[in-house]
Design a binder for this molecule. Structure first.
Ligand code: PEP
Length: 257
């Protein structure tokens, strides 16, 4: 779709300290430059740990790197007595463009609820951060409810507090495909992405549905990215493990349909 620039997003999870992050981003920028990567055709973003963000911000600004970045989570609160939490205001101040919200590891390991995800989406939008809203079913959900029911319900819930046309990204990440080496098929990803686009249309209208990027995530690698990108409703990828390997990640960015 000409209205949607593909987005390749690398979620580093709890990997790379701020010194390693600087070295990594420099190498990544070189690798993409070498390949004459067309940054107007594909947007690339990295999601380092919070403690790396200031370093990444400084490096991206100093070298004018065509690289977006963001955080892996944020607090639903603005400020105050929330020990260990990070405000969207702080992320905006560090020039983060994006923030990942509701990753399955947050939902399962930190018991994040749909209500919290919805509150975090509102918090992100308040600070003009583009939320990357993660949804996806477990293997048990898939067996019990079929492919789209849980992701569709999670997206509806996540958008509960969004009332105006908002700049958002949706990431469909089947939990069974994350870090398992067993990616969904492009057809499976397309089926759910199409259902998620219907939700966007019903909740935020045709215009938002047309321009919102829906990413696939779950064991994406350089060898399987092209299949996903050929699908009409898949507009990019959220990449975990393979985003920590320069060759793999730049291979994904350079996908050929
Ligand atoms: C993720 O955690 O967002 C993810 C997609 O992980 P991986 O690429 O390692 O499956």
């Amino acid at each position: 779709n000409p209205r949607r620039t593909p987005l390749i997003a690398g979620n580093w999870k709890m990997n790379l300290d701020h010194l390693q992050a600087i070295a990594f981003v420099q190498k990544l920028a070189w690798s993409l430059k070498d390949a004459r990567h067309d940054f107007t055709a594909v947007e690339v973003a990295v999601f380092p740990p919070f403690t790396d963000l200031r370093s990444v911000q400084t490096l991206v600004a100093a070298d004018k790197l065509p690289l977006a970045f963001g955080a892996q989570d944020l607090s639903e609160h603005e400020s105050g007595a929330y020990t260990g939490e990070i405000s969207g205001a702080f992320l905006a101040q560090l020039e983060c463009q994006y923030v990942i919200i509701g990753h399955s590891e947050r939902r399962t390991l930190h018991a994040e609820t749909d209500e919290q995800v919805a509150a975090k989406v509102v918090a992100a939008l308040t600070h003009n951060l583009v939320p990357i809203i993660c949804v996806g079913e477990t293997a048990a959900d898939l067996e019990l409810h079929g492919p789209s029911a849980v992701p569709v319900a999670q997206l509806r819930a996540a958008l509960a507090g969004v009332t105006r046309a908002a700049d958002i990204v949706v990431a469909y990440e089947p939990v069974w495909a994350i870090g398992s080496g067993q990616a969904a098929t492009p057809e499976q990803a397309e089926q759910v992405a199409a259902a998620l686009r219907v939700v966007l249309n019903e909740t935020l209208g045709q215009d938002v549905a047309d321009k919102t990027r829906i990413l696939y995530g779950g064991s994406v690698k350089a060898v399987n990215i092209a299949g996903f990108m050929r699908e009409p409703n898949v507009d990019g990828a959220l990449v975990g493990g393979a985003s920590l390997d320069i060759n793999e990640f730049s291979g994904i960015v350079r996908f050929q349909k």
